[in-house]
Design a protein around this ligand. Structure first.
Ligand code: NJP
Length: 225
């Protein structure tokens, strides 16, 4: 069974991706909330799957190196992310730094930890959850949209670096998804669901090794009410 490591698997989109990939992968679930990860692991195991919970702050470079050392990963889903939507003039230094640390710097820490193994084995898949905010802008988005623009540059450059070494790289860019992210869950029918984003990830993983869908943009298809 191949192994899929999902960051931010304690809730929201990451949890949905972990549950979806568990049907045909051993899951390695990463986030800071140990209890939520244990609950996820129990849920996956109750369905006959396998899940290893690794409580970890992905912004802690040393901890990422130490905890992920020796973990063989076939599919990495860089999903952990935070968003503080407020004007620059109101944004505290900690809010700015946290968004860059989780959405940008952690991509280096986590990907750098597992990519060498993929390259050595000549196969692997790195999927990063970006956002339509990675090509749009809005007031209140200086940090968040900036980080998600970065995600596209990161993902598509990495794709060109490793695609001829058997490793595929894709970015999934959803619009609004009904999770606890940012301003929080609304139950609004027009929003995408976390399961729909998980479907897109599962689709990418299911594509044949010689085919690479490197960018997926997805948006709600029903109008806002
Ligand atoms: O967010 P949420 P989503 N170390 O808040 C984890 C993008 N996106 O699922 O550590 C490790 O429910 C946190 O775990 P914990 C978005 O930019 C979303 O909606 O236990 N993990 C939790 O599992 C992000 O990249 C929307 O608190 C850390 C997870 O991240 C991805 O989708 C739209 C961490 C966040 O769960 C998932 O967002 C869009 C750390 N330091 C893109 N800090 C949307 N929801 O509308 C956080 O276009 N996490």
């Amino acid at each position: 069974m191949p192994t899929a490591l999902v960051t931010g698997a304690s809730r929201g989109i990451g949890r949905a991706i972990a549950l979806r990939l568990a049907a045909d992968h051993d899951v390695v679930a990463v986030a800071r909330s140990a209890d939520a990860l244990q609950a996820l692991a129990r849920g996956i195991e109750a369905r006959g799957g396998r899940c290893r919970a690794i409580p970890l702050d992905v912004t802690d470079a040393a901890a990422v190196r130490e905890r992920l050392a020796g973990v063989e990963v076939d599919v990495l889903v860089n999903n952990a992310g935070v968003g503080v939507m407020k004007p620059l003039l109101e944004m505290a230094p900690e809010e700015w730094a946290r968004q860059l640390d989780v959405n940008v710097n952690a991509l280096y820490h986590v990907t750098r930890a597992v990519l060498p193994g993929m390259v050595d084995r000549g196969r692997g898949y790195v999927i990063t959850i970006g956002s339509l905010a990675g090509r749009n802008t809005f007031a209140g988005g200086t940090a968040y949209t900036g980080t998600k623009h970065f995600v596209i540059g990161f993902s598509e450059s990495l794709m060109l670096e490793v695609r001829d070494r058997g490793v595929r790289v894709s970015v999934v860019m959803p619009g609004s998804v009904d999770t606890d992210f940012g301003r929080g869950r609304t139950g609004a029918e027009w929003k995408l669901t976390a399961d729909e984003v998980a479907d897109a990830v599962a689709y990418l993983v299911s594509t044949p090794p010689h085919a690479l869908v490197s960018r997926v943009e997805m948006r709600p298809a029903i109008p806002k009410k």
